[in-house]
Design a protein around this ligand. Sequence first.
Ligand SMILES: Cc1cc2nc3c(=O)[nH]c(=O)nc-3n(C[C@H](O)[C@H](O)[C@H](O)COP(=O)(O)OP(=O)(O)OC[C@H]3O[C@@H](n4cnc5c(N)ncnc54)[C@H](O)[C@@H]3O)c2cc1C
Length: 393
Amino acid sequence: MASDDCDVLIIGAGIHGAGVAQAVAARGHRVVVLEQTAPASGTSSRSSKLIHGGLRYLESAQFGLVRECLRERRVLLRIAPELVRLRPFHIPVYRNTRRRAWQIGVGLALYAALDGFASDSRFSRLAPHEWSRLDGLDTTGLQAVFRYYDAQTDDAALTRAVLHSAQTLGAQLRMPARVTRVERHAQGARVFYRSGDAERDCNTRVLVNAAGPWVNDVLQKVVPAAVMLPVELVQGTHIVLPGSLSQGMYYLEAPDAARAVFVMPWRDALLVGTTETPYRGAPEAVAPLPAELDYLLDTCAHYFPAYRGMTRVDIRSAFAGLRVLPARPGAAFGRPRETLLHTDEPRRPTLLTIYGGKLTAYRATAQKVMQRLANVLPDGGAHVDTATLRLDA
Ligand SMILES: Cc1cc2nc3c(=O)[nH]c(=O)nc-3n(C[C@H](O)[C@H](O)[C@H](O)COP(=O)(O)OP(=O)(O)OC[C@H]3O[C@@H](n4cnc5c(N)ncnc54)[C@H](O)[C@@H]3O)c2cc1C
């Protein structure tokens, strides 16, 4: 059994593990990332692929989150121009949709204000003669269409780019490396992992648990036992349909008004998502449900008549990912989306767990992790600003 040491050991090479690895390495610390499968093999390849402020979070008054995400959108548009692109989004308002035109207008004005009225936050209301250019959008009962801008990415490619940046700064990635046991001690932790047929271990001053929907599974492997936050896993499914959109993205209210659904151009097709279904199984077993496929097909067909009559056999592919939300009563849709950083030793954390979060805010999350670890990590000498490091596709 081989043993070696590092300052920070990160479990998981999703966007959070990659982002924290980059931030730790940028400060000159020794960092190792253990990934059981492949970078971005978890939630970070199954998102809606948006780098956005989260317009709908304004309805639940999550202003801090929206402002932070808009700031990060600006940074990513600058440092990752090949991976993050600004796109026009359209919000149609019909006679029978729940949100009225004035509400959308107020929301977009607030969104622009939270972005400091930067040029990327411009929005407009399309004139009725422009509606016919909107990719076959149904105009029956249509009362208004708003256009604003947010960004789209390839989530898995972005994760790999951040990880590559971390490795360039000195981070080590070990893969496949599945963490099987963690023994905490006064100086940090000894982490045991399986790599193929070999069992290995690594001593670390700090352990960062960035295992996405597996976070509490990882905490169950910790001795002495670590405190776990009660969470719910909520499944979100996307479908890929044939076709193309020339005008950008559509932000739609599902016919049951229960949630928002995006219809977006994706590669040479359409991506439609997402659902929110409580999930209780093993994270690796998550898969789209027939009812979710029908819900997304119905929503798409409701707004785009050309898709009426399409059935499950027309779906090119589908994927499901898991949101990690604080366990609370009520529908998942309005639940807070803030990232929770949890440790049972707030002053000198040696084990820090990342719960939930946004792809968009990964860099901000990594900065917060660094602040939490400031008392435990010695000055590593280097201070590279990740807001200026270019990320290449
Ligand atoms: C349906 C859906 C849509 C979303 N859309 C958006 C969006 O459009 N924009 C946005 O900003 N955010 C979005 N999000 C949120 C965002 O995708 C997630 O917050 C983010 O991807 C989570 O990344 P992560 O690194 O925490 O987890 P993951 O990407 O799941 O990474 C965890 C990693 O840990 C590894 N791991 C687990 N256990 C072990 C172990 N024992 N040993 C070693 N490795 C282990 C896994 O293999 C995995 O690679 C969406 C989320 C969902 C579910």
